[in-house]
Design a protein around this ligand. Structure first.
Ligand code: 1BN
Ligand code: ZN
Length: 363
């Protein structure tokens, strides 16, 4: 069953645009002129003569001028829309409602068509990139699909934002051995990153980004064998080995960012591949008061950011919370990877960071 997203999405501006503020200012002036004349009304009586108080005139005019300058100055600051965490969580639930999305499953095809529809409704261009992958256990061959949605593709600066949309065909870390060959639902490992990107897709349709943004939903990330990291991230390998778009300047991958107990230290390979972007993102997270982002370097994880750098020299960073739910328990690659173990607040932290990163230079 599909979850209805009942709340209409009404974005509002953190800092209102120059135009909106000018309109507001002119409304105020219009109101004043309806209620009374713009000419100064203050009079003082000197002896028997009534004279206009010139001091008051100058003071009033100064107030108008200072207000105008402040409005313009405030309008020059960046205009960043608000990221809607509940809407993003609705996208997470919607993907899980399709069931497991491992290659060849019913949920896989339903989800692929849903993602294509969402991109086509909002992006300037949509590209489907197909590639082959053999299931390392059954030997079955699948035709897989990376999906790319391009926004403002002619911009000078272009950022790639990626997440994998496929889910793992096996719950090989589940405590119940009898269920280890069943596919996982992938609420966190799969749906969470895609959910944040789908919300950004909707936002960018409403408010076009000032930079170029390439949204990439990678396929074939999670069909790898435990103990063989290079058998993972096959969609990003196919993408980076044969780029279907001009090479982006930089990339941010998001994976497993829905954990209700979210903690995102710096992933070690990311620090090597793009230390400048790591510092900028974690500084922004500090300024925005996003507590999930921790100022320490942790595990090196073979994720979709590695082929981007190795094959195409795209300096890519991975935002990932590898300990799901924490260091003392594990839901990763188990049947506990469910929406109830994820949170809109967690999606909101990552979504807010990315929204600021995209729109920070707009006005
Ligand atoms: C992330 C989520 N990954 C798989 N599911 C990448 C990964 C590959 C993590 C190998 C650990 C080992
Ligand atoms: Zn996984």
């Amino acid at each position: 069953m599909l979850t209805e997203r009942t709340q209409p999405f009404i974005p509002y501006m953190k800092n209102r645009s120059v135009k909106a503020q000018m309109e507001c200012a002119s409304d105020e002036i219009a109101q004043q002129s309806c209620c009374g004349p713009l000419r100064p009304r203050v009079k003082v009586t000197v002896g028997t003569r009534s004279v206009v108080a010139w001091g008051a005139i100058i003071r009033n005019n100064l107030i108008y001028m200072v207000s105008f300058v402040l409005i313009i100055f405030n309008g020059c600051q960046s205009t960043v829309p608000e990221f809607n965490s509940d809407s993003a969580f609705g996208f997470l639930e919607q993907q899980c409602d399709f069931g497991p999305r491992n290659p060849g499953s019913t949920g896989y095809y339903q989800c692929r068509d849903f993602l294509i529809g969402e991109l086509q409704a909002s992006a300037d261009t949509v590209i489907q990139q197909q590639f082959q992958l053999t299931d390392p256990i059954s030997g079955e061959e699948y035709q897989l699909t990376n999906l790319i949605g391009r926004f403002n593709p002619s911009a000078t600066k272009r950022l790639l934002l990626g997440a994998h949309w496929d889910t793992r065909p096996w719950a090989d870390r589940d405590p119940d051995p009898a269920r280890r060959m069943e596919p996982i639902l992938g609420a966190n490992d799969g749906a969470s990153g895609v959910a944040v990107l789908l919300e950004l897709v909707r936002l960018m349709k409403l408010i076009p980004p000032p930079i170029g943004v390439e949204i990439v939903f990678f396929d074939g990330e999670d069909m790898g064998l435990s103990g063989d990291p290079r058998s993972f991230a096959r969609g990003s390998l196919a993408f980076a080995s044969d780029l279907p778009i001009p090479r982006p300047d930089e990339a941010i991958i998001i994976d497993m960012i829905g954990d209700a107990d979210l903690s995102i230290p710096v992933e070690r390979y990311s620090m090597q591949q793009n230390p400048t972007l790591v510092r900028e993102l974690w500084k922004l997270a500090r300024e925005l008061d996003l507590p999930a982002f921790e100022n320490r370097v942790a595990n090196a994880i073979f994720d979709d950011h590695i082929p981007l750098w190795e094959q195409a020299q795209i300096p890519a960073v991975d935002l990932i919370d590898f300990f799901y739910p924490n260091r003392y328990a594990n839901f990763w690659h188990t049947h506990q990877d469910l929406p109830q173990n994820c949170s809109p607040v967690s999606l909101g932290q990552v979504g807010t960071l990315l929204t600021y990163y995209i729109y920070k230079d707009s006005n």
